[in-house]
Design a protein around this ligand. Structure first.
Ligand code: ADP
Ligand code: MG
Length: 451
């Protein structure tokens, strides 16, 4: 596991446990700068974050990291980035704001269920982008184990999968406190399998899982390539399913696109209902912002929320982050921010479009289709090479603005008509094949993780 992966997995766990405001405030812009010999150095943006992580979150961070990488012994915190480069200076003491932010009621994950009560349907905004997933969730809550079993929800990062999954669990318990509900990420499940094999306690493990009325498994794309975990899960699933117990999955992609997943597990995952969550449109983004401001009793003018909704597109987590930053700034300033102030804050905080390179595209495509990078340049008609090559050419044209002759030349002096043909083929395929669209999304998500 690279340190980036390790940290993003740890953050996913921490996010589940702390209040949203605290997550955004303290964990935003943190990263692992070094991991060596069991010692991890977490880079933080400023002295405040350093102090708060050390004093309030250290144990929890250590626990999360150890859960993922048991060899980790200690953590140090270091200021590694400049203070957020907003020129507006705080006029007010910081402390009152921070006190208000800190809710000591956090870490409220029920250890029996792994559910956090902050995720409910009441706080889940429904719009065209997620209404199918929401409707399916309601049906499952109404009659668990009967209608949609299993329910499989997929969609990109930060679009509300975990929220919805947890909300299903919370609602089922609310309706019937006797129900045994269990939420787990696929990775944690995998870790449990491994440790119960090591401890010779696989029997207890099986027993534990077979008792649940509702089993929720988050991010099943991480089952990929883990044969033993898949096998154990397959048996657990069958037992639950045969007993009429409900199973709910999430993933960042549709089941078919998860690489290295056994045929029989795949067919189980596909056997119920599969729904996706897409990116929220403007109205939904605005509705989400309004809900968040009410929840957190934040007072910001409508115009400000509109500005945020129109500048943050993709991801609800980032939408919340932007809201928080703007709110913190208006508190520091102790006045209502002008439209220009808000625009300035947003422009400084929204990730600039990444500078993309030819190499990143090739790497992302070959990584996704699981072929060697150099294979993509081969002059061959094998479909397993032709498709990735055409996709790469398409993306170079679309995302990099490469000309056809440039593409031809980069692919070992192929004729530019080959590039045109590839581009047109992929374009027309995209219009009729949603699967390909989904593949493109995942490949594009990879750009950021590839140097
Ligand atoms: P994912 O699991 O898909 O990566 P999360 O469920 O963690 O995404 O959502 C990211 C953040 O956005 C969470 O704080 C969550 O509460 C919030 N969120 C996502 N979808 C909605 C929604 N429809 N309404 C309100 N908040 C949402
Ligand atoms: Mg999630």
């Amino acid at each position: 596991m690279t340190k980036e992966e390790l940290w993003s997995k740890a953050l996913a766990e921490i996010e589940l446990a702390v209040s949203r405001a605290n997550f955004v405030t303290w964990f935003k812009n943190t990263r692992i700068v070094e991991q060596n010999d069991g010692v991890v150095i977490v880079g933080v943006p400023n002295g405040f974050s350093k102090e708060w992580l050390e004093n309030k979150y250290h144990k929890f961070i250590l626990k999360s990291l150890r859960g993922l990488a048991p060899e980790i012994r200690s953590i140090n915190y270091a200021i590694t980035q400049a203070e957020p480069n907003i020129k507006i200076r705080p006029k007010k003491e910081l402390a009152p704001v921070l006190d208000e932010q800190m809710e000591f009621k956090e870490f409220h994950i029920d250890p029996k269920t792994n559910l956090n009560q902050k995720y409910t349907l009441e706080t889940f905004v429904v719009g065209p982008f997620n209404e199918l997933a929401h409707a399916a969730a309601l049906a499952v809550i109404k009659s668990p184990g009967r209608v949609y079993n299993p329910l499989f929800i997929y969609g990109g990062v930060g679009l509300g999968k975990t929220h919805l999954l947890q909300a299903i669990g919370n609602a089922i318990i609310k309706n019937n406190p006797a129900k045994k509900v269990h939420y787990i990420s696929s990775e944690k499940f995998g870790n449990e399998v491994v440790s119960s094999i090591l401890n010779n306690s696989i029997h207890n493990f099986k027993e534990k899982y077979r008792e649940f009325d509702l089993l929720v498994v988050d991010d099943v794309q991480f089952f990929s390539g883990k044969t033993k975990t898949q096998e154990e899960f397959f048996y657990t699933f069958n037992t639950l399913h045969e007993a009429g117990k409900q199973v709910v999955f999430s993933s960042d992609r549709s089941p078919k696109l998860i690489p290295d997943i056994g045929e029989r597990l795949l067919s189980r995952m596909e056997a119920g209902v599969i729904v996706d969550i897409s990116e929220p449109e403007y109205e939904s983004r605005l509705a989400i912002l309004k809900t968040k401001t009410q929840e957190r009793k934040i007072d910001l003018p409508e115009k400000t929320l509109e500005l945020i909704a129109s500048s943050v597109h993709k991801n609800i987590r980032e939408l919340e982050g932007a809201l928080n930053t703007v709110y913190m700034q208006s508190r520091y300033q102790n006045r209502e921010l002008s439209e220009d102030d808000v625009k300035l804050i947003l422009s400084k905080n929204i990730k600039p479009k990444q500078v993309l390179t030819f190499g990143q595209i090739i790497k992302s495509v070959s990584d996704f289709y699981d072929i060697q990078e150099k294979a993509i340049y081969e002059r061959t008609r094998k479909t397993e090479i032709v498709k990735p090559r055409q996709v790469a050419m398409y993306l170079i044209r679309e995302d990099l603005g490469g000309s056809y002759p440039y593409i031809g030349q980069k692919f070992g002096g192929m004729d530019h008509t080959t590039a045109i043909h590839a581009y047109e083929k992929v374009s027309s395929e995209l219009k009729k094949n949603p699967k390909l669209e989904n593949e493109m999304r995942i490949i594009r998500e990879k750009y950021q993780n590839i140097k």
